[in-house]
Every structure is written in structure tokens, then in C-alpha cells.
Ligand binder design. Structure first.
Ligand SMILES: Cc1cc2nc3c(=O)[nH]c(=O)nc-3n(C[C@H](O)[C@H](O)[C@H](O)COP(=O)(O)O)c2cc1C
Length: 98
């Protein structure tokens, strides 16, 4: 099965790091796209179009949005190596299912 991974990652490459870890396991092609920043809004849009969400993965990511930048940001260093290992484990479960 061929897999195309669409990644929307604009601020600190958080999502891109996770996407590339997933792509490694799934042997997927990664394409960077401008999608919808809000995860919940994206989920609703996809489901409204008839897409079936088979699973979801999330982890913390470095965030310097708004006032956070004045305090050095939130979740510095995330996703970290452990997050990326969890990502790969998640991708393995997906691969086993499809
Ligand atoms: C509407 C919206 C705006 C955001 N703006 C920023 C921003 O300006 N800077 C930032 O570091 N994170 C921002 N975030 C948080 C990012 O979604 C978060 O850092 C996430 O891990 C994605 O990071 P990435 O763009 O590096 O992949 C925003 C989130 C939302 C929902």
C-alpha cells in the first residue's frame, strides 16, 4: 500500500518531525501543505467530506504563540526522542491494521 502523508507545519517543524518519523515506518511520501491549524476543525472538515478517521496521534510541541514567546515558549524540546519513538510505535500499529 502506498501512503501519502500531508503535513502542515509552520512554526517550529514540530509536526514535520512527527510526520517524518511516521513516514519512516510507513514508507510514506511526505508532502508539506497548508491545511487547517486547528486539529478539531480539520477533523470536522474531513469527516464532513466523508473521510473515515481510523486513529489519531498527538504529542506536545514547542509553542511560542502569543505571550508565550516572552517566557521562552512552552514545551521546549518537544517533540523529543521519546515522542518520536511513540510516534513510530503508533505508525507500527497502523501498519499492522492496513
Ligand atoms: C490558531 C493557532 C495558531 C498558532 N500559532 C502559533 C504560533 O504563532 N507560534 C507557535 O509556536 N505555535 C503556534 N500554535 C501552536 C502550534 O500549533 C504548535 O506549536 C504545534 O506544535 C504545531 O507546530 P509546528 O507548526 O511547528 O508543526 C498555534 C496553534 C493554533 C491552533
Amino acid at each position: 500500500m502506498k501512503t501519502l502523508l500531508l503535513v502542515d507545519s509552520t512554526h517550529h517543524h514540530n509536526t514535520e518531525k512527527v510526520g517524518r518519523a511516521m513516514a519512516e515506518v510507513l514508507n510514506a511520501i511526505v508532502s508539506k501543505q497548508k491545511l487547517i491549524a486547528d486539529h478539531q476543525a480539520l477533523r470536522i472538515k474531513l469527516q464532513a467530506k466523508g473521510f473515515i478517521l481510523v486513529d489519531e496521534f498527538c504529542c506536545l510541541g514547542f509553542n511560542t504563540n502569543s505571550f508565550l514567546k516572552y517566557f521562552g515558549g512552552m514545551n521546549k524540546g518537544r517533540p523529543n526522542e521519546e515522542d518520536l519513538q511513540n510516534t513510530k510505535r503508533f505508525a507500527e500499529t497502523l501498519k499492522a491494521r492496513f
